[in-house]
Design a protein around this ligand. Structure first.
Ligand SMILES: *[C@@H]1O[C@H](CO)[C@@H](O)[C@H](O)[C@H]1NC(C)=O
Ligand SMILES: *[C@@H]1O[C@H](CO)[C@@H](O)[C@H](O)[C@H]1NC(C)=O
Ligand SMILES: *[C@@H]1O[C@H](CO)[C@@H](O)[C@H](O)[C@H]1NC(C)=O
Length: 211
């Protein structure tokens, strides 16, 4: 898809699944998942960040303050937005954890927001760009949409759905396509007279926000 204005990068969220869950303290609870270790090609969260000792004896509020939130901070410092707590106090994460945390299936072997043995309780750190965004999903923004005779509507004349509304986060979905073009889009495509595209490759989650 393409639009007639230049975008600075908005791509982080394209990698994000829309996930249902409870929201609390800047963290989304993704739920309780099994960890079968190396079965089926590796751990759901492959990178060990820290073990918080004595977690076994902590109550729910202590776990929140002394394990879950500190683990979130460690993950975030590494550029990871998905993390999990296993065995009460083990903090795990990884660059691709967003696509592996659920690989060994659901479990009910968690309590107080942490996993017990061979189980992880998974979280996602909420970021404004991934949680507060506008959606473009109409076909006129797709790269292959042509309207040679006009009037051209994208970012000029259309519903809220069409309009670029300034310095906000946008997510491209559905008929629009899910990735910004990285090569030249000819004029008079995507219902615009002039088109735009990204100069570089799409960033990875760990690249963070790029220009
Ligand atoms: C949790 O444990 C701490 C420290 O032992 C204690 O101060 C706090 O009252 C406990 N909270 C609950 C809800 O039991
Ligand atoms: C654009 O491409 C998509 C996917 O290939 C296709 O479903 C759609 O019909 C195309 N739209 C136009 C206007 O050609
Ligand atoms: C938007 O386009 C419609 C035709 O699709 C036209 O009738 C209308 O005048 C246009 N509005 C603006 C503000 O350009």
């Amino acid at each position: 898809m393409k639009s007639s204005i230049a975008f600075s990068a908005l791509l982080q969220c394209l990698l994000v699944l829309v996930i249902q869950g409870n929201y609390d303290n800047g963290l989304e609870q993704l739920g309780c998942y099994r960890n079968r270790h190396c079965a089926l090609g590796g751990r759901p969260f492959p990178v060990h960040l820290k073990t918080f000792h004595d977690a076994l004896h902590m109550n729910e509020s202590e776990l929140e303050v002394k394990v879950i939130r500190p683990c979130a901070e460690l993950a975030k410092k590494k550029g990871y937005l998905w993390f999990g707590i296993e065995y009460w106090g083990e903090c795990w994460s990884g660059e691709h954890a967003h696509s592996t945390y659920f690989k060994d299936g659901r479990s009910s072997h968690c309590c107080n927001g942490v996993g017990k043995d061979n189980t992880v309780f998974a979280y996602r750190i909420k970021e404004p760009m991934c949680d507060q965004y506008m959606t473009f999903d109409d076909e006129t923004r797709a790269q292959n949409y042509t309207n040679i005779d006009g009037p051209f509507k994208t970012d000029n004349n259309g519903s809220t759905n069409h309009m670029f509304a300034g310095n906000l986060w946008y997510r491209f979905l559905g008929n629009t396509g899910t990735a910004i073009a990285t090569t030249c889009v000819p004029p008079r495509h995507c219902d615009a007279i002039l088109t735009g595209w990204m100069k570089d490759e799409h960033p990875r989650v760990t690249d963070g926000v790029v220009n």
